[in-house]
Design a protein around this ligand. Structure first.
Ligand code: GLN
Length: 556
């Protein structure tokens, strides 16, 4: 019988429910349990696909082409599994489904209400996921904060589930904030109020995770236990850390997984897998320190490129290197008089995915700098398109070459709308999305990375290399080392006359995992290490571990 764990958040948004969910999942997987996860988002959008990444963070793409919340990326990385579209749903999608059923007449004349129709739809999705995945444990994360009006139906649905499947088969985890006053004193009152609100909604949390910046003392633990009805040992401290991968180990030290499986009557399985701990050890004891410039238009919102940031870290793990990210605002590079200053000490340049013209010319400046200075370069989706435009303009001498996304009048649309995108009128869910195969050409850097002829990668794009320019660009030294099986779409491009300048139309970052670094990121970081060694830039310790926080930003 499947057990259900529900994770809610208190006091503030962005409290770390996603990482908590992913970390608990990791600990259960470490004990050999079969785990499935689902994230519920309380907003009205059908999915995350049309949302601004600056406001809401990266749009993560699953293998079956769903555009989801970034927490699915955290789940996949921590659990080491691939999820599908059923692991994320929104208020918008629940209401759409219920209204569609009503229009079809499925409800046979009933009055359609929040309870039971909306709550039934929510419950059936969670049950269905447990059933289809055959998981021993399903962890459901409820987005938003307890007390928000918009999460009411979800809280009600999970309360009903506990009643239906038995309290002994369900576990409620609340992640809440212990506020530290400027003087250093910890305060638990906001957490007490949040739990009180949860109790008013009919839910008594079994386990509390206290997010803190200062260690909690025994007195506070006792007080919360007494006032909120949670046994002391079920109050877990989740203190701030720069290294999210360390959080499962921190929870394990506090016996969290043991408590969870005991409470759910799952017996006492000891951890059988130490791979994660070994990976964290490697991460914390790097032999090398690298500096990679990430050139994008959203430099201040670090969650915008979350999977890229994580994949760079994974590439570092594979090379025993700490990767520090220098966030470079692409717009600031346009007509910048001192590019040497901007890229001083940089061992590799990465241009990630994106949409719209803002910042593009600056990305092209960065591509050119990487090409001309033989700095290792990795381009992802839009990054590949920028690499092609730069090469077309400055090597193939195709004046004003561009993507038709940015300039409809360009004389050389080297990047153009894919033919089957011409007829799309809606924005949501209509791109080329999800896994597609790519055939690799032997004796290329692409092939060297994967060591196999056919790969599957995740996509999210409308534009593509214009085949009219393929021969011209190839004759000038751009190698198309990965193509769709029918050869109609270019999937990987590389500059032949360069130590390592590779770009993909797909998004390799979505498949990279700490225990399985992606081959392109691994080879990019390896090339960056070689560049560093050749240029004798002394290894220097970095302040921020593994690119967790922007250290220097170029903003104007
Ligand atoms: N805007 C480009 C396209 O639609 C690139 C998309 C991306 O980087 N994900 O093709």
């Amino acid at each position: 019988m499947t057990r259900y764990i529900f994770v809610t958040g208190g006091v503030i948004s962005g409290i770390g429910k996603g990482i908590t969910t992913a970390s608990l999942g990791r600990l259960l997987i470490n004990r050999g349990f079969k785990v499935m996860v689902v994230k519920i988002d309380p907003y009205l959008n059908s999915d995350a696909g049309t949302m601004n990444p600056f406001q809401h963070g990266e749009v993560f793409v699953t293998k079956d082409g769903a555009e989801t919340d970034l927490d699915l990326g955290n789940y996949e990385r921590f659990l080491g599994i691939d999820l599908n579209r059923y692991s994320n749903f929104t208020t918008g999608s629940v209401y759409s489904e219920v209204i569609a059923k009503e229009r079809r007449g499925d409800y046979l004349g009933e009055t359609i209400q929040l309870i039971p129709h909306i709550t039934d739809e929510i419950k059936s999705r969670i049950y269905q996921l447990g059933h289809d995945s055959d998981a021993e444990v399903v962890i459901t994360e409820i987005g938003g904060t307890i007390g928000d009006l918009e999460i009411g139906p979800f809280v009600e649905a999970i309360r009903q589930m506990a009643m239906e499947i038995g309290r002994e088969n369900t576990l409620f985890i609340h992640v809440s904030l212990i506020y530290t006053l400027p003087g250093g004193e910890n305060k638990s009152k906001p957490t007490q109020h949040s739990i009180r609100t949860l109790q008013e909604l009919g839910i008594q949390p079994d386990l509390l995770i206290c997010r803190t910046s200062q260690p909690m003392d025994e007195g506070m633990r006792k007080k919360i236990s007494l006032l909120c009805g949670i046994a002391e040992q079920y109050i877990v401290e989740g203190h701030d850390t720069d290294l999210v991968d360390e959080i499962p180990l921190n929870f394990e030290r506090q016996g969290m997984a043991h408590l969870v499986i005991k409470k759910l009557g799952l017996g006492d399985r000891p951890p059988i897998d130490t791979e994660w701990a070994q990976m964290v050890h490697k991460l914390k004891h790097p032999k090398h320190h690298l500096q990679i410039a990430l050139v994008g238009k959203y430099v201040t919102g670090s969650d915008t490129y979350l999977s890229v940031k994580e994949a760079l870290k994974h590439g570092g793990i594979a090379n025993e290197a700490a990767v520090n990210i220098k966030w470079v605002d692409s717009e600031a590079l346009i007509d910048h008089p001192h590019l040497d200053e901007v890229f001083k000490g940089i061992n590799g340049i990465l241009v990630p995915g994106g949409f719209g013209y803002r910042g593009i010319e600056g990305m092209i400046v960065a591509v050119r700098y990487a090409r001309e200075h033989t700095i290792p370069f990795l381009g992802l989706c839009l990054g590949m398109q920028c690499m092609v435009i730069e090469f077309a303009r400055h090597v193939a001498k195709l004046k004003n070459a561009n993507s038709s996304e940015f300039d409809n009048e360009t004389p050389h649309p080297v990047i153009d709308l894919m033919p089957d995108q011409q007829k799309q009128s809606e924005l949501g869910g209509t791109m080329r999305l999800g896994l597609y195969p790519c055939v690799l050409r032997e004796n290329t850097k692409g092939y060297a990375a994967y060591q196999q002829p056919i790969i599957l990668e995740r996509h999210r794009h409308r534009y593509e290399l214009n085949n009219r320019y393929r021969d011209r660009l190839e004759s000038e030294g751009l190698c198309f080392s990965g193509l769709s099986p029918d050869e109609s779409l270019v999937e990987i491009g590389e500059v032949v006359d360069h130590p390592w300048m590779v770009a993909s139309q797909f998004h390799p970052e979505f498949q990279s995992k700490p225990l399985a670094p992606h081959p392109l990121f691994r080879d990019f970081i390896h090339a960056a290490l070689c560049y560093q060694q050749q240029h004798q830039v002394a290894d220097r310790p970095v302040t921020a571990p593994m690119g967790e926080s922007p250290d220097q930003q170029l903003s104007e």
